[in-house]
Design a protein around this ligand. Structure first.
Ligand SMILES: [Zn+2]
Length: 202
């Protein structure tokens, strides 16, 4: 039987759900919070609550924001003629940290899991379709993880995009197989962005 009182055990269990946090780290964080000032510890609780309650997907690109449309879509200096399709919000943050990309984004929120038998219809492409139908898009860049699943998604998207008559490219060399965009070194990301290559119509 655990000697921890219920609330402490609950906190330990919740902390252990976080990636990379094992029993030892969970104890370290929990005991820190236990002896922390109440107001300081509750700021953490409030911050967690706020990302779940105050953030919504941007109706135009899917990036999380507390003020839709998001800062990128609101920025009049961004080039709406180029749409970079990425899997996750954190890919956008990695690219924005580079400061080299001036187009807009579309966040897929997960790749099509064709191999798991999950259908591509689960992707909500409507906001992207609206953007394409507006006629201002010249190029769609696919910035998906270069692994099998990402490739399937890229293929599906390329097919879906063809009738719109825009240039379809993908991020080029620099990103190794299976490498997540957000985890790529800065220089690789820059190369991949600058040397994008067209996807041949198939
Ligand atoms: Zn947006």
């Amino acid at each position: 039987m655990s000697a921890y009182p219920g609330p402490l055990k609950n906190l330990l269990d919740e902390l252990k759900r976080l990636p990379g946090v094992g029993a030892k780290s969970a104890e370290r964080y929990a005991f820190f919070l236990l002896k922390d000032e109440k107001a300081d510890a509750l700021r953490l609780a409030d911050a967690v609550r706020a990302i779940k309650e105050d953030l919504t997907p941007c109706p135009e690109c899917g990036l999380v924001t507390d003020e839709p449309p998001c800062a990128v879509c609101r920025d009049p200096k961004r080039d709406r003629g180029i749409v970079l399709v990425v899997e996750q919000p954190k890919d956008v943050y990695a690219l924005e940290a580079l400061g080299r990309y001036r187009g807009v984004y579309f966040v897929l929120l997960g790749t099509v899991r064709l191999l798991d038998g999950v259908d591509e219809r689960q992707l909500d492409l409507k906001p992207l379709e609206r953007r394409l139908r507006s006629g201002e898009v010249r190029e769609v860049v696919l910035g998906l993880t270069a692994e099998l699943e990402g490739d399937q998604t890229a293929l599906h998207l390329a097919q879906w995009l063809r009738p719109f008559g825009v240039a379809i490219t993908r991020l080029a060399r620099g990103l190794g197989p299976g490498q997540r965009l957000a985890d790529a070194p800065r220089s690789s990301l820059e190369d991949a962005l600058l040397e994008r290559r067209p996807i041949a119509p198939g």
